[in-house]
Design a protein. Sequence first.
Length: 641
Amino acid sequence: MVQSEKICIKLPNGKEIVLTGSVSPDGILQEHFPDKKNTCIAAVLNEKPIDLSREISESGDLRFMDIQQPEALDIFWHSSSHVMAQAVKNLYPDAQLGIGPSISRGFYYDFKLDTPITPDDLPRIEAAMQKIIDENQVFERQVLNRSDSIDVFKSRNEPFKVELIQEIEDEQVTVYQNNGFMDLCRGPHVPSTKFIRYFKLTSVAGSYWHGDERNAVMQRIYGISFPDKKQLKNHLLQIEEAKKRDHRKIGKELDLFSFHQEGPGFPFWHAHGMILYNNVQRYLQKTLEIHGYQEIKTPLILNEALWHQSGHWDNYKENMYFTSIDEQPFAVKPMNCPGGLLVFRNNLHSYKDFPIKMSEMGLVHRHEKSGVLHGLFRVRMFTQDDAHVFCTPEQIETEVIQIIDLIDEVYSTFGFNDYEVELSTKPLKSIGSDEMWQRAEAALENALIKKQMKYQLNPGDGAFYGPKIDYHIRDSLDRLWQCGTIQLDFSMPERFSLEYVGPDNSKHRPVMIHRAILGSVERFIGILIEHYAGDFPLWLAPVQCAVLPISEKHESFASTVLELLRSQGIRCKVDNRNEKIGFKIRDAETHRINYMCIIGDREVEEQSVSLRQRKKGNLGTFDTEALIKRFMDELDRRANH
RNA sequence: GCUGGCGUAGCUCAAUUGGCAGAGCAGCUGAUUUGUAAUCAGCAGGUUGUAGGUUCAAUUCCUAUCGCCAGCUCCA
């Protein structure tokens, strides 16, 4: 490239240099920061990432991307996917390349290939990758014009790449090449393959070209790589930990719930699971009572006409189940609001009664495609901790603030102190006047601002009937789960002609706020199981205490202790099996029982127990009074540990 | 829904190229009477998801079906 003007570059250390001739970031790195030569993988010129080997053709700020910087991982993973694709092409010359991006955690590449790739093939591909890495092949960038590049990829039998180029509007495209492997790619890449130090291919799966099931079926290989061995190890450990915490696995181990062929997507709650379910529900009901809610319950099956009126027929029919009663069409409710509206409309309401906060633990059924069902996280039947707040437009902001506080209170009870909030505004398809939307969005936004909440704006992502605030809670493994939601609704009051009598003695239309805190009780319990890894806090635990007599002769006092604890509402059991104490302790520990009361000669003598806490070990001797006090105190605080 | 994988005892998993379905844990019985994460021995446990088919013979091969698991644009 001919340089018409001199190029001035400002370096990260503040130094300014003038380039003469053809200079790449590589050269500058060698000259000015020789110690970083081995750890830099790319440069950033005027906030645009470029290859280290790329000739600098414009003036501006230049900095270097160290391999340890998070932003470098993106490039790192992208290069890793190239190496993987190259390895696959070496092993399967017939494979046609799809796309191979870096993703939030790792990378993948899609291939069209007639021979199926199974997990057993991954070590072979990994070995082929290692060979490429050991050869330290240099990634070479090349600029081609469109038609040439199309010819190139046609001749290489890469129809998908040709299709991609045809979708590109630019006259020039870039390709990267190393040792005969070529890929259409925007770049940048790490300088050479040796930078991909530690990697692992994690899974194979099917996918579709452009994600559309009408298109060609592709095989996708997922992988992860890191510059540091420890990072890779930690990542793999985290995957292991997540597997250990899988609520489906723990649910089976602790006998919490089950699923059956006879009811796909419909959870069966077992006795232990019901304790979780009931405790979560009771806690919530009590809390709502304190916050001025009144609880209602509406029928599971309602006449289809209601669903026409509510708009669900038009917008939600695909997800609903239908039946008939006395030859009349009925539907199983997928949401609770229409039923709640009938309750509201059953009485005449004065503005003096507002806000009216009606809550419902509503069992809803929603048809989900069979392929998306997933334990308690994605089911076809669940209980929503639903509520509808009816108020005047002026009351919206205050009510939303109260809900924000309530949600925070509930989440922190379960140890979720970290959550993310999104505000979604008017979508293209919507009902209601612009003025109404503006007022509603402002009310939600003001509430968030007043509470000094950080939130992400999702323009155009609101429901068709109103804007909303969504909550995502972060669990102990740093994963996000959508749970709570606060939605303003102008549509339902309209459709159902809701009214209240105002101070002017005439009728007005109320505003309705839908809100859920847990979202789905079932899903929330799934999240709790994984969050606590099955080690539930005392107030939730299915079995809180195991009474363990050392031998047969201690059974009598053990029963006395059991009865005493039971009389105080402690969920406990006695283990009278003919086993050694070590066995009984192990059994109680593996069943995640919070406390063990060990009873031998000494304890019978002193009328006390030797208390042991799950995962913590021996706590020493407690007389029965101190024991109960300890339990009650922990229960009162709903202590999280 | 689509693609691929899987379905064996209550649970976790075995079973050469098709050749008598097996182990550990849990359960039951007996011995042992135990002091802070597994005492020993014995017994029992199955229409191999379901329905067809191929075969002298099917857990194994084929077809259908049900369910489970993973994935199904985070775009060169």
